[in-house]
Design a protein around this ligand. Sequence first.
Ligand code: HEM
Length: 456
Amino acid sequence: MDTAPAPFIPPAPKPRSTPPSMLQMIRIVYRNPLELWGEPSYNEPWISVSSFGGPLVIANDPGLVRHVLVDNAKNYKMAAVRQKILRPILRDGLLTAEGEVWKRSRKAMAPVFTPRHIFGFAQPMLKRTLEFVERYEGESGTVDIARDMTTLTYEILAETLFSGEIAGEAGSFGRQVDHLFETMGRVDPLDLLRAPDWLPRITRIRGRKTMAYFRKIVSDTMTMRKDRLAREADAVPEDFLTLLLRAEGPDGLTRAEIEDNIITFIGAGHETTARALGWTLYCLAEAPWERAPIEAEIDAVLAREPDPTKWLEAMPLTRAAFEEALRLYPPAPSINREAIEADRYKDLEIRKGSQVLVMPWTVHRHRKLWDQPEAFIPARFHPGNREKIDRYQYLPFGAGPRVCIGASFAMQEAIIALAILLSRFRFDTVAETKPWPVQKLTTQPQGGLPMSVTRR
Ligand code: HEM
């Protein structure tokens, strides 16, 4: 007889049964856009409406998603609202660049993300994770896993980007990163209303000083490394910084673009993975029957395979739990585009200038696409099942030409982190663990993730 417990249903806003008023809508967008979506957003293949910002299409159907992100991608540019928030921070970094600059940069950066280089980052990832878990030795209290995972992924990023050689005072860089994205990276209601640029955005003013300071550290770090490369090219670490500086040149990147991309990697490359790790540990704690076989898998692999580049392949159950957490809590919950020219998909008319939202949040929880969409069921991603999932109904890393360039980096990092964390410690929820998913730049657990850590 099958005695498997009912799957764990993690917290999420219930689809709205009635649309919010204009005023409510502005408040929700400011507080938590995930609370905006109603029943149709989780049931219909697409929704086409006229909002206060102009025509809006919500694309859930995998065929439509493919049309917008891949087949007719050239007709869709980055949405103005997203660019308004991110461009002042990231400028011509890959995430916010468009047109020729984007094309040249993506090409120039592709070699940095080849499997050879990603594998080369496995040891630094492992080293930083091993150092990080030291702090849990002898720990018997409650820690905030959301904050800790951000620290861990930040430390991994600092190691793989700069090998720890950052200009300025140690520790200050990490704090500035947090502050910068907290203050600058917010949706301001004025952006949604398409208010003119000269109206100051209160949500962003505070971030400007931080940004100037932060850019200076990055620029000094680049100068430091360039000097070192000129002096002792062979002895310099093969980290992101060296690889990017080697991409400098007429067909590659300018110095300013390298600086923008370093800031982009910091912005796009650590909080995203941290959120996914936190949600994975949380879901596994609430579903210990899922956690037990994963612990066994990790123990067996670590006992026979010391090479961390092999772990992703060797740990299908661990990977599946992480992928399921990415489904339920996609760190990038919305991929926003704008139609350059009028377009059509089947009987859907997409007007010129329409906002097109491909939302991993609603696509991943869509009633017509998933069985028990709101439940944590890692088996969906076990070998044999995973192949049945349409490529365009599972979009944690996006799709098409602008698919996440760091996806393999993130997957390798996540598995190394989970392997080390779960092989040594058990993470359990406590009475105060009551996370609520909130969309800021990433899908964050409001209230953090207080959890107990004990030696296994
Ligand atoms: C679990 C972790 C991550 C998630 C869920 C994630 C998600 C995404 C998504 C959805 C996009 C597409 C955005 C769009 O089409 O508008 C994207 C793009 C991007 N990601 Fe990631 N990402 C992750 C980790 C990383 C890492 C580790 C890096 C860098 C080391 C990175 C760098 C980038 C960059 C540079 C782009 C822009 C690519 C382009 O437009 O050509 N990401 N990411």
